[in-house]
Write a protein that binds this ligand. Structure first.
Ligand code: ZN
Length: 131
């Protein structure tokens, strides 16, 4: 179940951010995007995250917000842009051709980490996660 290792990686990034951010006391929320072609089950990822977050300092109340990004591709011969999917064998709906180039759909990025500051207002910071 690779969702557990992804959840651990996300939590590690969150704790690293927490430990290097002065005056922060806990993580409130982490927002990630997952490409449809990464083969990540979001329910499994959420379950793993919720069960592992207590092991990481300052993360026990951290919420995971994960958004699936659909894939976009250009077909090999017709140069059509489309959203490839398994149901259509990833083929172009216009010319039935195969994928020529994948434009997006393989992302796995941490977009925002929201920390609780102590004692002032919470801050948002940015980080990038490449698995
Ligand atoms: Zn096409």
């Amino acid at each position: 179940m690779h969702e557990a290792s992804i959840a651990n990686s996300i939590l590690q990034i969150v704790t690293d951010k927490l430990s290097t951010t002065p005056h922060s006391q806990a993580a409130r929320r982490v927002h990630i995007i997952v490409g449809a072609f990464r083969n990540v089950d979001l329910d499994s990822l959420q379950f793993a995250f919720d069960n592992l977050r207590g092991l990481y300092h300052g993360c026990v109340n951290c919420e995971l917000e994960a958004d699936m990004i659909s894939a976009r591709a250009i077909c090999l011969e017709g140069n059509h842009k489309y959203s490839p999917d398994f149901a259509h064998a990833f083929r172009c709906p216009v010319c039935q051709g195969p994928i020529g180039k994948l434009l997006c759909g393989e992302e796995l990025d941490v977009i925002t980490i929201t920390l609780e500051a102590n004692p002032v207002e919470a801050n948002s910071m940015e980080g990038i996660f490449n698995a």
